[in-house]
Design a protein around this ligand. Sequence first.
Ligand code: SAH
Length: 337
Amino acid sequence: MNSIYSYTRDDFINYFININEKKFKADQLFDWLYKKRVVNFDLMNNLNKNVISKLKNDFIINNILILKKDIGKDVCKYLFKLHDDEKIEAVLMYHDYGISLCISTQVGCNMSCSFCESGRLKKRRNLEVCEMVLQILEIEKDIKNRISHIVLMGIGEPFDNYDNVIKFINIINDNKGIDIGARHITISTCGIIPKIIEFSNLKLQVNLAISLHAPNNELRNLIMPINRVYSLDNLMNAVKEYINKTNRRVTFEYIMLKGVNDNKECALELCKLLKNMNCYVNLIPYNETNNIQYKRSDMNILNEFYDILKKNNICVTIRKEFGGLVSAACGQLRSHG
Ligand code: SAH
């Protein structure tokens, strides 16, 4: 399958040059696809017959199917069927600052974080570039509105599908296309160090979030197997390198798991780890799932943890909760096997 939605404008510039056409046709094509949202080559009436027949020959205009919508307050979870019958989920959230969409990057996930529902189905495959782009296009069509923010926090590990994810960001960020500002895009990773370094060299304005969840190796090894490959100390060095190269502030996500990582010692250790770093911490109330034994920390424990960080001059927020009732919250998305 050679989807038209898998290519950047630069790819199309090269394509048109190769077939002896003017390169501005790439802009026209992007305009049809992403501004006018036309899904039929024959309607692209500023491209000549010859170009249209070449495009038809070389690409398809595909879609992904919305199978189901779970609607909650300020939130809607979409279940999609892909061309090979695999299924993924995406979550739309209405904020006061705009509309954000949490998209999936893989079918299943191999990271095996012990608290996460999404990883219970092992990775079946990476999503193609078009399948990430189409999550946005199909949902914008459904809600007849524009999405302002994209977070790569659905099913999958974005940095385990690095090349496709970077291409996807290039496409949606293009001001001749969907035009979502880099600062409105957030990639979240469990800490694949070589890709964090590669990503920092791109010097994009895209936000980086690190799923930290523990302040030391011992605990992180227990709940996030990836830590046995890329240990906390190396991860912190990579993040520091990212901050130095990009001058961007990093977000650390920290799920509060009752009796596991939510005590005062953990809070103090976290403060020590993050001291003087250009970062902030997002404390996440754990979303319980039927299949996993962890429980959410009590609110007073969460507040105590928050206060300790604050007192130690760490920027910290408690994540606003969305989607709990429709199982659309972080870590509750799943690939349907
Ligand atoms: N693989 C990437 C992208 C997934 S993002 C990553 O690990 O960052 C999903 C975020 O939700 C991660 O921070 C993940 O650790 C967190 N999460 C997973 N299960 C959760 C749960 N049950 N409740 C709250 N957050 C959860």
